[in-house]
Write a protein that binds this ligand. Structure first.
Ligand code: PEP
Length: 250
C-alpha cells in the first residue's frame, strides 16, 4: 500500500509575509490525514521559518535543490546536512528547471540524490520529456534513459527511500496537463522498469505526477493505479486550490 504524497513546489516565489499567510491558510484548510502525506518546498531563506510555522501540523518540509558535495568551498550552494539541520525531510532533485536552466547533468542529479540520502533526506527525483520528444514518440525512451542514467550511478536500492516525479516539461507551468491516460502510461513504464530491477522496490516506490496539476484535474490523475500523488507548482501558492488538490489524494 503506497501512501499518496502531495508536494507543493513554491519555486522562487513568496516573502516572509506572504509565506506566513499562505501557511496560516493552509493550516486552516488542509487536513493532514493518514491517507495522504503533504509537503511544501519553500525557497532556501524561508525554510527555517516555514518549518516553525508548520511545527506539529503534519505537513512536511522539503527543499527545492541540494548540493551534491558534503561541504566546503562551494559558494552559493546548500548541503544536505544543512537542509536536514533546517528541518527538511524531502528535497527535489533533477527538476527540469534545474536541468534546463542550470545545466544539471544526470551524473550531478545522481550525486544530489546520494548526498540527500546520506543525510536522511528523501529525494524526489524528477524526470520528464520535452514537447518535441513527446511529439517525436520518444517519451518512454527519454524517461527510461533519465531513470537509468541516475540508477547506473546510485543503484536501484537508492529508490527504496526515494520518490519519483514524472513531470512532462511541456506541462510545467503551461496550464497544459497530461491526460490521466498519458500520465498513467509513463508511470506504469517507470514502475515496470524499477520492478524489473527489484520487484519489491518497484511495487513500493511512490511516483508523483507533476505538470499543471489543479483542483479540477487532481482527482482524476490521482485515481490512476500508478499515480501516487502530485508535485504541484503554481497551484501550491493558492491555499484553497492546494487544499483541494490534497483532498483529491485522500
Ligand atoms: C513544478 O514546479 O514541478 C510544477 C509541476 O509546476 P506547475 O504545477 O506550475 O506546472
Amino acid at each position: 500500500m503506497r501512501q499518496p504524497l502531495v508536494a507543493g513546489n513554491w519555486k522562487m516565489h513568496g516573502s516572509r509575509v506572504e509565506n506566513a499567510s499562505l501557511v496560516s491558510a493552509l493550516l486552516d484548510l488542509v487536513q493532514p490525514e493518514k491517507r495522504a502525506e503533504i509537503m511544501v518546498c519553500p525557497p532556501f531563506p524561508y525554510l527555517l521559518e516555514t518549518g516553525r510555522l508548520l511545527k506539529d501540523s503534519g505537513i512536511a518540509l522539503g527543499a527545492q535543490s541540494v548540493c551534491a558535495e558534503a561541504q566546503g568551498a562551494f559558494t552559493g550552494e546548500v548541503s544536505a546536512a544543512m537542509l536536514k539541520d533546517a528541518g527538511c525531510a524531502y528535497v527535489l532533485v533533477g527538476h527540469s528547471e534545474r536541468r534546463q536552466l542550470y545545466g544539471e547533468s544526470a551524473d550531478l542529479v545522481a550525486g544530489k540524490l546520494m548526498a540527500a540520502q546520506s543525510h536522511g533526506l528523501v529525494p524526489v527525483l524528477c524526470v520528464g520529456e520535452t514537447l518535441e520528444e513527446r511529439e517525436g514518440g520518444q517519451t518512454l525512451n527519454v524517461v527510461s534513459r533519465q531513470l537509468e542514467a541516475v540508477l547506473s550511478v546510485s543503484g536501484v536500492g537508492s529508490l527504496a527511500k526515494a520518490v519519483i516525479a514524472y513531470e512532462p516539461v511541456w506541462a510545467i507551468g503551461t496550464g497544459r496537463t497530461a491526460s490521466s491516460e498519458q500520465a498513467q502510461e509513463v508511470h506504469a513504464t517507470i514502475r515496470a522498469k524499477v520492478a524489473g530491477l527489484d520487484a519489491t522496490i518497484g511495487g513500493s516506490v511512490r511516483i508523483l505526477y507533476g505538470g499543471s496539476v489543479k483542483a479540477s484535474n487532481a482527482r482524476e490523475l490521482f485515481a490512476m493505479p500508478d499515480i501516487d500523488g502530485g508535485l504541484v507548482g503554481g497551484a501550491s501558492l493558492k491555499a484553497d486550490e492546494f487544499a483541494r488538490i490534497c483532498a483529491g489524494a485522500g
